[in-house]
Write a protein that binds this ligand. Sequence first.
Ligand code: SF4
Length: 339
Amino acid sequence: MTETPLISVKDLSIRFRTDEGLITAVEDVSFDLAPGEVLGLVGESGSGKSVTAKALMRLNGDNTVYGEGSSIVLTPPGEAPVDVLALRREKDMRRVRGGAISMIFQEPMASFAPAISVGDQMVEQLQIHSSMTKAEAKELSIEMLARTGIPEPARRFTQYAFEFSGGMRQRAMIAMALSTKPRLLIADEPTTALDVTIQAQVIDLMKDLVTEFGMGILFITHDLGVIAQTADRVAVMYLGRLVETGTVREVIRNPGHPYTRGLIDALPKLHDLDAPLTPVPGDIPSPLNRPPGCVFHTRCHMAEKGLCDVKVPEYRIRETGQSIACHFADAPVTAKEPA
Ligand code: SF4
């Protein structure tokens, strides 16, 4: 990646203070995301993908401890870099949250206050992040509702979130998130709760908007199939670590990590819909019980005793740029971190 990344995450480690002691949720995660790029962050629940995404907006709770050396640098095109983890004042954080970075969630009701109309919430958000008058903010909000395919946007503007259908609410949330023209959109399982047709429409809409606004998207999901339709590159997480990154095409065509291979085998096969799905065997261990060595060794059919349960694998980089954290990946160790 030659241009300045929009967001550059380096050696990010996140722990939470709990009654049971410090729990590691994310360990040594590094990735870059370019302007106009869609990066899919994929993994089972408990893999640390949402915790990583929330760190970009400093949305994790007060019990969060960032590891020494962790760094998140946001560089909106044409602007000075912002060291996100160094932000202390609420005013500076607001410039990032909902300004440079917006987030949409699986459950859109979480984004809307129930007793305030959708339109009033959109106007309020726009006025926080711009110098628009109320009338200008209203006009733009109605335009964004229309752009996201909501019929009768002026009437919908006056309604409450509970008066919208599920798919419509999702669109309204996207309209609100995009109205401030964020440089980075974080989409956390945005289509999981939707039926397949609406899911496809929402994905198409997001892709159109990326092209139009040139923003970057971090798309978080447990579903590699959704990533295949949406993202340019993919980063696969397992128990707080990145195990494989690369272009979607390369990773899906030629996965290098046994866990990625397992996720692909668990996808329905279009050419043989009757073929049984083979989920990755076993469950993701509790973060309270992180396995030593390779975090995946308790579920890996290739694990070698005395190596995988002892030594953390370094990243091996294929010529394609695909980076794989496995002792047995078919590539030399050429760098510690994925790009
Ligand atoms: Fe499996 Fe060992 Fe590779 Fe980990 S390092 S993925 S346990 S083979």
